[in-house]
Design a protein around this ligand. Structure first.
Ligand code: FAD
Length: 326
């Protein structure tokens, strides 16, 4: 009987999406991961593994397209250390034999997916921007200047991460998918959690904000950078920055957009005093509308901008703010 049940589960549930969360709320990236997974047109299970994370399991059960949620509550998963999480996922995979395990591309998946790759002897395909078919994926390389077409040749489970900015976020549905509890057994880690430093901000999260106002070296100082913050607050948007602005300590490095920073694709991206180096463009060129203000008419940022204003940000931005406030 148990064997028949296992066979049924193996046939039915073929995609596992790993939920990134903080035991209270899902990271919005999970909605995009579910959206990408729908391409395969089969049942989608979301794994919510953490400590007292029942509300997260409920939230996951309401994502459109989700067929069921596997919920693991285990004290050793409180901080979701990749070591413990990989042990739990291995247990889940043994019971379910998923065809593919998918996560949003983030620090979370950069830690756990390679461990699963090692455990399963599988090469993960990461940062997918387009799914061509079951075996073939597009991914960006060289700061988005090259697009690789990657063909998966191993017969084993596929380990995939998707770039959230390349996929929509699935909506919420009214009827929740079933939530099943899963006991992953002993998942103790060899690592010990020490502490974390969370930057508290009243502004929207940079990676999921609909509007981003970013400042660059052209804003000259920490004081000057405040005009980007003021414009963002006027528009209800998030603040971003170029690496040069971060390196010059105008703002915290959490705000860096680009190849070595965050990848964003808001509806509106306003670049103030940013030249448009390829490493910066790699993080924002998929924004729906790009507006830039720069004193140099030859600045490369204008080549990707929908609206470009040649002018001094210190004159233009206060004017924009005062007009917006009216
Ligand atoms: P600048 O290139 O110095 O541009 C400043 C701009 O401000 C100029 O165009 C100037 O005309 C304009 N300006 C000056 N005064 C005003 C004014 N008053 N009003 C309006 N405009 C004004 N960069 C990133 O941003 N993100 C990354 O993730 C990133 N990763 C990198 C990874 C690697 C491996 C390397 C090598 C580099 C990386 N960089 C990254 C750095 C990148 O190459 C650029 O150096 C950086 O993006 C430049 O930042 P910027 O545009 O603010 O500064």
């Amino acid at each position: 009987m148990v064997g028949i049940l296992k066979m049924f589960l193996r046939r039915k549930f073929t995609s596992l999406v790993l939920a990134e969360h903080n035991n209270v709320k899902l990271n919005p990236i999970v909605y995009s991961a579910v959206n990408a997974t729908e391409y395969f047109n089969d049942d989608i299970t979301v794994l919510v593994a953490g400590d007292t994370c029942g509300t997260v399991a409920q939230e996951a059960s309401l994502i459109d397209g989700v067929s069921r949620v596997l919920h693991i509550d285990n004290r050793d998963l409180k901080y979701q250390l990749a070591d413990s999480l990989a042990k739990a996922i291995k247990q889940v995979q043994q019971m379910n034999n998923f065809k593919r395990i998918i996560a949003g591309s983030s620090n979370f998946s950069r830690d756990v997916i390679p461990r699963l790759g090692g455990a399963f002897g599988v090469q993960p395909v990461t940062e997918i921007t387009k799914i061509m078919n079951e075996d073939c994926y597009k991914r960006a390389a060289y700061a988005g200047n090259a697009i690789y077409t990657v063909v998966f040749v191993q017969p084993d489970v596929r380990l995939l991460t998707i770039r959230a900015t390349s996929f929509d976020k699935n909506p919420v549905k009214k009827t929740p998918a079933p939530i099943e509890r899963f006991d992953a057994g002993d998942v103790k880690s060899a690592m010990t959690w020490v502490s974390e430093e969370i930057i508290k901000a009243d502004r929207p999260d940079l990676t999921s904000a609909k509007i981003v106002v970013a400042g660059g070296r052209g804003l000259k100082s920490k004081e000057g950078f405040k005009i980007a913050e003021e414009l963002a607050d006027t528009l209800g948007g998030a603040v971003g920055a170029s690496r040069a602005a971060v390196d010059a300590h105008y703002c915290h490095n959490e705000l860096q957009v680009g190849q070595t920073g965050k990848i964003v694709a808001p509806n509106l991206y306003i670049a103030l005093g940013i030249s448009g180096a390829i490493q910066h463009l790699a993080g924002m060129k998929d924004s729906k509308v790009i507006v830039s203000v720069n004193t140099d008419p030859e600045a490369p940022i204008f080549s990707v901008s929908d609206y470009g204003l040649v002018g001094d940000a210190f004159k233009v931005v206060p004017e924009m703010i005062s007009k917006l406030k009216k």
